[in-house]
Design a protein around this ligand. Structure first.
Ligand SMILES: [Mg+2]
Length: 97
């Protein structure tokens, strides 16, 4: 993952944090739709998957979330540290359950 590229694109993006939040919700909706189509959920039979399907929408969500992260002044080092911290928390949770 080229975090520097995403950080640069995020800095050039004119959308405010609030606008990015709305965009994130849009992308979450697209991801939900792809999951529904993939699992042939009721009401989704007339819809077709997108070119990149679930994977592509996951990436859209990640990119928009990262643009919010960088827009709010956070750094790549913080991102790496927080991912490690959150994964450790997740591992502990899984070990208990
Ligand atoms: Mg999308």
């Amino acid at each position: 993952m080229n975090l520097k590229r995403i950080e640069q694109l995020a800095s050039l993006e004119p959308k405010s944090t609030m606008e990015r939040m709305v965009k994130l919700q849009e992308e979450m909706g697209e991801l939900a739709q792809e999951v529904l189509i993939h699992h042939q959920a009721s009401g989704s039979s007339s819809k077709s998957p997108g070119v990149d399907g679930i994977a592509g929408e996951c990436v859209d969500v990640i990119i928009v979330a990262l643009s919010i992260f960088f827009k709010n002044g956070h750094t790549q080092d913080e991102l790496k540290q927080l991912i490690e911290k959150k994964c450790e928390k997740w591992e502990k949770f899984q070990a208990k359950n």
